[in-house]
Design a protein around this ligand. Sequence first.
Ligand SMILES: [Zn+2]
Ligand SMILES: [Zn+2]
Length: 407
Amino acid sequence: MHSIIENIGQQFGPGAAWAATSIFIFLRYAIPATLVFLLVYKWKKQAWFARKIQQKFPKGSEIRHEIGYSILTSLIFGGMALGVFVLRKMGYGELYFEVAEYGWVYWFGSLAFLIVAHDTYFYWMHRLMHHPKLYQLFHLVHHKSTNPTPYTSFSFHPLESVLEFAIVPLITLVLPVHAVVFLLFTMWSTAFNILGHTGYEFSPSGFTRHWFLKWINTPTHHNMHHRQARYNYGLYFNFWDRIMGTNHPDYDNYFEEVVERAKQPTDGHPTLPLRQQPAKKVAAVVAGLLLCGSVAYGQMGIDDIKNGNYGTPESRTTQMDAMMKEGLNLRQNQLQKVHDINLKYSKKVEDEVVKADLSTWSKYRRISKVQNEKDKEMKLVLDATQFEKYVTKRDELFWKGVSEFFF
Ligand SMILES: [Zn+2]
Ligand SMILES: [Zn+2]
């Protein structure tokens, strides 16, 4: 590969060498990502739906956003890789080709070191990017994907791309690395990243509680980070998150929920809750309504929804007010504002979702939108601790509802 790039560079100039390196990097990511994407989002979409971590699919516009940024990322990575290559030509850093030069122990040791060092670098770099001063500029692009796909694994802002790639010169310029070790490391990294962003969970039950396996991150782990960005910063291993206390407190339970769901008998029917599945349609409507429930912060029990006692926006608001007053320790000056928001969004849900003539799937999406709008307003009224509790409770109701009703 190096000599090809070198030839291109000598014949057509540095721009062509940059383009060639970028294309190579892009294809090395895009080909496996596309194969995985086709497998889980097209060919096995129905059959594997129960294994889908978030029980919904991202919009086409989100996927296009990811692919667009992936191209940009490939250009940045390509430029930096070329830079490393040129530096090496100038005598900085060593890529060696004869195993015997340093021996097999060093060969395996350096591979393990690369992986562990990258894991450590990533955790801290990632936490830094979540600093409020850096987040918007560096990391928001990656988090635009709240329901990640294989293409999310390269969807970075150019500044984040620079940080993501920086580990390569940091290590390879100080440490002699065998060419195959480097290749294996980049393959491992790409594969882990694509699988971590697939949105599907295939690990067996008990994985996150097993004495050894629990140290390896699952797709669910990173998926939770995309859904709720305050936890789960780690990359390959569950080491830093565990010792720094940043593992999602519900990680184990949520993982088991996802895995359990896949075990439920489906009588040979695919479990995708779309229009073409009348048997599941009722459940999907109920789940949609339960989502209204979560918008409304658990104003009604699951039995109420099953029995069709949805109540009126006013009655839901009364229940919601009471729950939030107690659950969040609302202060006197917050009560009226919270009440107004609850009422406003209960009515909105009533008009735009419950009564609206929409497909189940559209209802499902509409509720999520309303929920986001409501969150924004709640954030202005609640303090940080209250808001956190509010979101946690809402998520809890949401996932409980989805798992109970869909499957
Ligand atoms: Zn991610
Ligand atoms: Zn993040």
